[in-house]
Design a protein around this ligand. Structure first.
Ligand code: GLC
Length: 472
């Protein structure tokens, strides 16, 4: 690399670390998280809060750098915020729920934390992903610090149990996947992802893997056996019913409908004519494949959602072959999925009538903007992690190079608009913390691939972890 480029790259990184430092939120004198965005030029709305999902990439960086205290305080304080009581009041968060975000409020000189479980959020959306991320982060903390005693404290065991109960309880449906409302994750506005979105399923699987390892250490056979019952079913369901590649597409194209009984091939009664074959003609490469966005009754949402697919690779929810196919698809369709800024949140965008009906004509989610096909730099770390896991490190490097060309100049924009992500998002916040950390974490991962072990899992075998229980 020529000298001047090297300097620039170092300067970008230096600024990013400084901005991360500036984003730290203190509570009663202790660092407890990072603010979503430090942008004074726009209304704060809730961007002045610490979001659980946003903090994960900050936390992993702090763990890598040995700044474990901030992650510990975050885990402790969020645990205190978790809803612990059984609620019959519909306006109170359900038992076990973790908040989407929180902020420090000062009243009469006293500091306290005010959590948002969706009761303040725009459109009152539910943060199903928060509890899942919380467990994934707790597990990463234990791996980084080797302090298993921290997670074995009774209040932490109770916290994990409540999240597990919330997720594993018998519900109104007969699927091993989690049934959730629209906008229950990173995509926190209406985008037609209610039902069984891949983002939640991949995080659910990762959280189950993390909770299982912690449960084995705690000698909690009840939790471990409940998780062991669910993991194989969930894994099989996703690997089989969500998978799309040329062969699978051909099979679906020839599906018969209205099959009754347990022997049905087309179990969910997907109508073959509901799939956009013309789009696949243009887009699906011969070698690649991916997990569909959602599978439900007569529903196969064929949009590609990045977070779910990348986390499926990282957690080994995908088979080795499927992981290779997903990353091949990303490489083959680089222009569509990465373009001018890594990487698309989903592809393709909803347009025309679909946009009007599915998003409710949401002006923020116009086609190729924000959640509706925008490009989100935070996803860079998961892209780098998935690239490392599949042995394609060069793709992570390439993504960083693309970002470096503009990310600092664009003031660490939250997201980008346009079918290739050319434009700074119309309502994007600047100095968005998870843009900064997504970039930094991608760099750290590529520099030291061992770090991947904090969030990644190998193929699941029921006897994994029974011996050497606490050598996480
Ligand atoms: C937006 C994003 C959400 C994120 C929040 C704070 O609402 O959709 O995923 O957590 O901003 O950055």
């Amino acid at each position: 690399m020529p000298q001047d480029e090297l300097v620039t790259s170092q300067e970008i990184e230096k600024q990013a670390w400084q901005l991360l430092e500036n984003s730290i939120v203190y509570y009663q004198g202790r660092p407890i998280g990072t603010i979503a965005a430090c942008d004074d030029s726009q209304a704060a709305l809730n961007y002045d809060q610490v979001f659980v999902r946003d903090f994960v990439s900050s936390a992993l960086l702090f763990l890598i750098k040995g700044r474990t205290d901030i992650v510990r305080y975050f885990l402790e304080e969020t645990l205190k915020l978790q809803s612990k009581e059984r609620q019959l009041d519909a306006y109170k968060p359900g038992k076990g729920l973790m908040p989407a975000s929180f902020k420090v409020v000062i009243e009469n000189g006293q500091e306290s934390l005010q959590a948002d479980f969706g009761e303040h959020a725009i459109a009152r959306v539910t943060p199903v992903d928060s509890g899942l991320w919380w467990i994934i982060l707790l597990h990463a903390y234990v791996k980084a610090t080797k302090d298993i005693k921290f997670a074995l404290q009774p209040e932490f065991q109770k916290g994990i149990l409540l999240i597990m109960e919330l997720c594993l309880a018998t519900r109104f449906d007969m699927y091993p996947t989690l049934l959730v409302p629209d906008a229950a994750c990173m995509i926190d506005r209406r985008m037609g992802i209610f039902g069984y979105p891949i983002e939640i399923q991949a995080l659910f699987y990762t959280a189950l893997r993390a909770a299982r390892e912690l449960g084995v250490c705690a000698g909690d056979t009840e939790i471990v056996s409940a998780i062991d019952d669910r993991l194989p079913l969930l894994k099989h369901h996703i690997r089989h019913h969500y998978w799309i590649d040329i062969n699978r597409l051909n099979a679906i194209y020839h599906f018969k409908g209205e099959e009754y009984g347990t022997k049905a091939v087309n179990q969910f009664n997907i109508y073959a004519d509901s799939l956009p074959y013309d789009k696949f003609d243009m887009w699906l490469p011969r070698k690649g494949g991916y997990f569909a966005g959602n599978v439900g009754p007569s529903q196969l949402d064929t949009r590609f959602f990045s977070l779910g697919n990348l986390m499926a690779i990282i957690s080994s929810l995908a088979t080795e072959e499927q992981s290779q196919a997903i990353i091949t698809l990303i490489e083959e369709r680089w222009d569509n999925l990465v373009g001018h800024m890594p990487m698309k949140i989903c592809f393709p965008a909803l347009e025309g009538e679909d946009y009007r009906i599915v998003t409710g004509s949401d002006p923020k989610n116009r086609p190729w903007s924000y959640h509706n096909g925008g490009n989100w730099p935070v996803l860079m770390w998961m892209l780098a992690a998935a690239a490392i896991k599949t042995g394609r490190n060069h793709l992570g490097e390439k993504a960083i190079e693309i970002a470096e060309a503009r990310i600092m100049e664009d003031e660490w924009s939250e997201y980008y608009d346009g079918s290739r992500g050319l434009l700074i998002g119309r309502e994007a916040r600047r100095y968005q913390t998870w843009t900064i950390t997504g970039f930094l974490l991608a760099k750290e991962l590529l520099r030291n691939p061992d770090v991947l072990g904090l969030v990644s899992f190998d193929e699941f075998h029921p006897d994994t972890g029974s011996t050497n229980a606490c050598e996480l």
